[in-house]
Unconditional design. Structure first.
Length: 400
């Protein structure tokens, strides 16, 4: 098939960056959804979005070239192009995950189930006729702050709605695909089905030896890849070298984990007749490592002290998922409570990626991590979720 011709059309650089960031992150979510649920329709849509990203990247390069006349302007544009290039690499990695589904590589069921229980999981649920969601818009429901889950796609009969917005109205029979913290899964499922949530248990014959080891590695790589992207955007948004250095450290650790998985695959291949499953595991690990590399490309602009164009900050703040930074004051009601007790992901829809305490960073804080006065929280979520987090952490208003 001959390559699709791409024609230049004038576009705003900030809008293009927002489109590239949103689309690349959507593609990763959809690609994992396609793999977890063996859905070729979603996998094909990821491929379609990959073509759209190629168009965005072409238009971004043209717009950047046309907007520079001086050396200092070209230096600022370097960071813009590096961010755009990293977004395209993330999109390409999502395309590789989608190919695992389209090529029917037979990912082990244990891995699919484990990915549903990853740090940020992906679920599928069908809206029943008696669900309170029927007839309401996503804006009405505010699922991100009510359940901590983010609707990334809706299947309606034979049609698909990708990246639905606040005006999207829910109908009975809609199949919802959502991303979020595992604590929000029962909340969303019960809301959609109007029935008590019962975790799925599947008994099946185990084919691969010592599969738990490979599953643990891949789930950890997925979690760390997503963390590195969030931290990378935080690094450029807040111009923070410490966070950028952590992205670099994650990238090095991801390389080591990939080598561990490759060693496991070589050992396991001796005992397996059909190696397609093993190839699928390798491709998944490679995709996660590619995402981590792309995140490092974003953070590298901070480490190299590249003068960042103002539109980068505007684009990161203007995208669907925003990065927020909040300092916990002495009088905040969350001081002294653990993240497990606060349930910030389900109460506000904001996922806390890191905490800075006494000059040191704690990444991916656990449910047992206790909030202290002076902590700086770095999280990602919706604009609505950001407002809910600020309100939840704000000091009580004194009444005279």
């Amino acid at each position: 098939m001959s390559p699709k011709e791409i024609k230049y059309s004038p576009r705003n650089l900030k809008d293009l960056l927002i489109e590239m960031k949103n689309t690349s992150e959507l593609m990763v979510d959809l690609a994992y959804s396609a793999m977890v649920y063996d859905d070729e329709d979603i996998a094909h849509e990821v491929n379609n979005l990959e073509e759209r990203m190629d168009t965005y990247f072409y238009q971004m390069n043209m717009a950047a070239i046309l907007s520079t006349r001086k050396v200092d302007e070209a230096e600022e544009m370097t960071g813009v192009l590096q961010l755009a290039s990293s977004s395209e690499k993330i999109a390409n990695a999502a395309g590789d995950i989608a190919k695992i589904v389209l090529m029917d590589m037979g990912i082990p069921l244990e891995l699919k189930m484990a990915l549903r229980e990853a740090e940020e999981t992906i679920i599928r649920s069908t809206v029943s006729e008696d669900s309170p969601m029927v007839g309401a818009t996503l804006g009405d429901l505010e699922l991100d702050t009510e359940t901590g889950m983010w609707i990334i796609a809706i299947r309606r009969n034979a049609d698909w709605i990708y990246d639905p917005d606040h005006s999207t109205r829910i109908r009975a029979g809609d199949v919802l695909f959502a991303r979020g913290h595992d604590e929000g899964v029962p909340l969303l499922v019960e809301l959609a089905t109007n029935h008590k949530y019962i975790p799925q248990r599947i008994d099946h014959e185990r084919i691969l030896r010592d599969l738990e080891r490979a599953v643990d590695i891949i789930v950890d790589m997925k979690n760390m890849a997503e963390l590195s992207v969030g931290l990378a955007y935080s690094a450029i948004l807040f111009d923070n070298d410490d966070i950028a250095e952590e992205v670099k450290a994650i990238e090095v650790e991801m390389d080591s984990m990939k080598y561990d998985l490759q060693h496991w695959v070589l050992e396991t291949a001796k005992h397996v007749e059909n190696v397609d499953q093993l190839k699928g595991l390798l491709d998944l690990a490679n995709a996660s490592e590619t995402i981590s590399d792309a995140a490092y490309g974003i953070a590298d602009t901070v480490l190299r002290d590249i003068e960042l164009h103002p539109i980068i900050t505007l684009a990161v703040r203007g995208s669907d998922e925003v990065i927020t930074r909040l300092k916990v004051e002495d009088c905040s009601p969350i001081v002294g409570k653990t993240f497990g007790e606060l349930k910030l992901s389900t109460e506000t829809g904001v996922h806390i990626m890191a905490v800075k305490r006494n000059g040191r960073w704690v990444y991916s804080p656990s449910a047992r991590t206790k909030v202290e006065s002076g902590d700086i929280l770095i999280g990602r979520g919706s604009h609505t979720g950001e407002e809910a987090l600020i309100e939840m952490c704000s000091c009580p208003v004194r009444k005279d």
